[in-house]
Design a protein around this ligand. Structure first.
Ligand SMILES: Cc1ncc(COP(=O)(O)O)c(C=O)c1O
Length: 398
């Protein structure tokens, strides 16, 4: 008789191994690739079992709005990667951000956030929460005194993104976590730009991490998704019920795509980061480029903070071209490999002009405060041969 294969505790495995093997649940068919469970509901052998499941006395799946085996594998694999006790997947990154914030607050509470946020996150903090009686204050994320000054007795939670979109400003997560905790509030970090491989906000003191899994986690521009990661208590108190009752669930199909994508995440992020470093160097040396923003470069204003909290500079590079909108447009229109798109974290390199796309909604003075001028471009570096990308940039700049 063949004895069953031993399986290692995933906590003892390194990241890349966890991402290939972690949290797999095999069906009776012993498939190598994780199964896609496209089902809305589940059968119970008896009424007693149904009752026990609903009471929470017995583990098992109930309804795919809040529990599905494929989604559960994705959530558990994400939790293993992040070093989090618990994870919940959502239909998009914005569903994750909204749930993580809305799930914590009630009318009369106050929220503090860094002002350099992705536009839709800014909408949640600046417009949506106040409509329900939750006041918000926006601060310059790199100014720790501004965080201290913004805290109030009724501050419930704080929110930041680092590196920020699009100028790749780096916020000291550990320092902000300390300020926020001293004020009795929690810290939520949008870790999209850093990826779960290059920065671990929970280890730096954050209480909750959110992702647009649409970005590097899928990494191939196919499906939308989001993830919320935190302690069991945080998820049980603030997130689980909010998601269960309001229903922004990740579809099992999208969860399956992303589960499989996690297997290649370390290889992709490492290659994209290496190429981003090379392209940042190339751009910094080009006469038509006024300034390069890349957290892995010594000339980055928060280089030391980035070095302390990130294990790599990331897959995005921002730069200012010598000229204004006309020159920025002419340059991007002349590219032949790098595509024009507001998306990021894709295998395909993508470039965007934040002033006229992702940050168009902002008032001119808000854009100016964030350093988003007419010559600024944001490049998301893909998996192409980096020398082809250098040539593409060089030809378009020429
Ligand atoms: C930093 C950041 N947070 C959140 C989101 C929202 O994610 P999604 O588009 O998956 O809703 C995005 C991108 O769209 C983003 O860039």
């Amino acid at each position: 008789m063949v004895s069953p294969r031993k399986s290692r505790d995933p906590q003892t495995l390194r990241s890349a191994t966890r991402l290939v093997h972690g949290a797999s649940m095999r069906s009776q068919f012993e498939e190598t690739s994780e199964a896609l469970f496209l089902t809305q509901g589940y059968l119970y052998d008896t009424m007693e079992i149904a009752e026990a499941r609903f009471k929470g006395d017995e583990p098992g799946f109930i309804y795919s709005r809040f529990s599905n085996p494929t989604v559960a594998m994705f959530e558990k694999r994400m939790a293993l990667l992040e070093g989090a006790e618990a994870a919940r997947a959502t239909a998009s990154g914005m569903a994750a951000v909204t749930a993580a914030m809305m799930g914590q607050v009630k009318a009369g509470d106050h929220v503090v956030a860094a002002r350099a946020l992705f536009g839709s996150c800014l909408y949640v903090v600046e417009e949506l929460l106040p409509r329900f009686g939750v006041e918000s204050t926006l601060v310059e994320g790199t100014d720790l005194d501004a965080w201290r000054a913004a805290m109030r007795p009724n501050t419930k939670t704080a929110f930041l993104e680092s590196p920020t979109n699009p100028t790749l400003e780096v916020i000291d997560i550990a320092a902000v976590a300390e300020i926020v905790h001293d004020g009795g509030a929690t810290l939520v970090v949008d870790n999209v730009f850093a990826t779960p491989l290059l920065q671990k906000p929970l280890q730096l003191g954050a209480d909750c991490v959110v992702y647009s899994a649409t970005k590097h986690i899928d990494g191939q521009g196919r499906t939308l998704g989001g993830v919320i990661l935190a302690s069991e208590t945080f998820i049980a108190t603030h997130v689980h019920n909010f998601l269960r009752q309001t229903g922004p669930s990740l579809s099992p199909f999208n969860a399956w795509v992303m589960l499989k994508s996690l297997e290649t995440l370390p290889v992709r992020v490492a290659a994209q980061t290496r190429s981003a470093e090379r392209l940042a160097e190339f751009l910094a040396g080009h006469a038509r480029v006024k300034r390069v923003f890349y957290p892995g470069r010594r000339d980055h204003p928060q280089y030391e903070v980035a070095r302390a909290q990130m294990s790599g500079g990331g897959t995005l590079v921002a730069f200012e071209i010598d000229g204004a909108k006309k020159e920025a447009f002419a340059f991007a229109n002349a590219l032949s490999i790098i595509g024009i798109s507001n998306n990021l974290g894709d295998a395909k390199s993508l470039i965007t002009h934040p002033e006229t796309t992702t940050h168009q909604r902002l008032k001119p003075e808000q854009r100016a405060a964030l350093g988003i001028g007419p010559g600024l471009l944001r490049l998301s570096v893909g998996l192409e041969d980096v020398e082809d990308l250098v040539e593409d940039l060089a030809l378009a700049l020429g």
